[in-house]
Structures are given as structure tokens and as C-alpha cells.
Design a protein around this ligand. Structure first.
Ligand code: NI
Length: 137
């Protein structure tokens, strides 16, 4: 049976401040630049959610992409869109909201929610030039 990877793209907006309290203010500013702004700032994020599996003989689908969208909205985006990662987002509590840390936290929520389908990869775009990939390792 053929194994195919399908991807649903979703978009959301959120604010954050990337800051490590163990470092000095100067070091935080040097490391994180605009993302260290004390009064937050926002990004227009894009999240690509990829699911891999056999093509169902009856439907011709790996997973219904509308169903996948619903899971991602319910489990992640409803708690994230137009929120502040540092203050509002339950799965990001006490986590410094770099794109790397956000994608790992999203994986921990989404992988069990998508099961028994297999979450293959998340790709999170913070800007149109910068994205991170995570596959659960
Ligand atoms: Ni930022």
C-alpha cells in the first residue's frame, strides 16, 4: 500500500518576548534583538502540519485534511491565535518562546491528538525567511 505524506497549512498571529532571565538585559538584547522587546511584539506565523500514512482504499485519503485542520485548531490554535505566548498560551508556560521551543511544545500537544495517524513533521514559519522543522526526536 502506498505511503503518502499530506500537509495542511494554517496561519495565526501571536505576540511574544524572547528573554532568558538567567542572562543580563544587555546579553538578552544582543542575543534576541527585536524579539527581546520588553513590551512584546507580534509575528504572523505559518504552521505546516504533515501527516504520513497509507492511502485509505475507501476514501483515497491519508487523513481528511478538514479533520486535521479541526484538530490543530482545537488543540493548538484556539489557545494561540491573537494571544501572547509568554502570558496566555497554556502549553508554553515557563518556556522561552523561540520558534524552536514553540514547535517542540506544539508537537507534544499535537502528536497524541492526531494519533492513530502519524504526525510526520511540523514546520513553523516565524517570518517568510525563517522557519524551523521538527519531527519529534
Ligand atoms: Ni519575535
Amino acid at each position: 500500500m502506498p505511503i503518502v505524506t499530506v500537509t495542511r497549512r494554517l496561519r495565526f498571529n501571536a505576540a511574544h518576548r524572547v528573554h532568558n532571565p538567567a542572562l543580563s538585559d544587555a546579553e538578552n538584547a544582543r542575543l534576541f534583538g527585536k524579539c527581546n522587546n520588553p513590551n512584546w511584539h507580534g509575528h504572523n506565523y505559518t504552521l505546516d502540519v504533515s501527516v504520513r500514512g497509507p492511502v485509505d482504499e475507501r476514501t483515497g485519503y491519508v487523513i481528511d485534511l478538514g479533520v486535521l485542520r479541526g484538530i490543530v485548531e482545537r488543540e493548538v490554535l484556539d489557545h494561540t491565535d491573537h494571544r501572547n505566548f509568554n502570558l496566555d498560551v497554556p502549553y508554553m508556560r515557563d518556556i522561552n518562546p523561540t520558534t524552536e521551543n514553540i514547535i517542540v511544545a506544539m508537537w507534544r500537544v499535537l502528536a497524541p491528538a492526531i494519533a492513530p495517524a502519524t504526525l510526520q513533521r511540523l514546520r513553523l514559519w516565524e517570518t517568510e525567511n525563517n522557519y524551523v522543522d521538527y519531527s519529534g526526536e
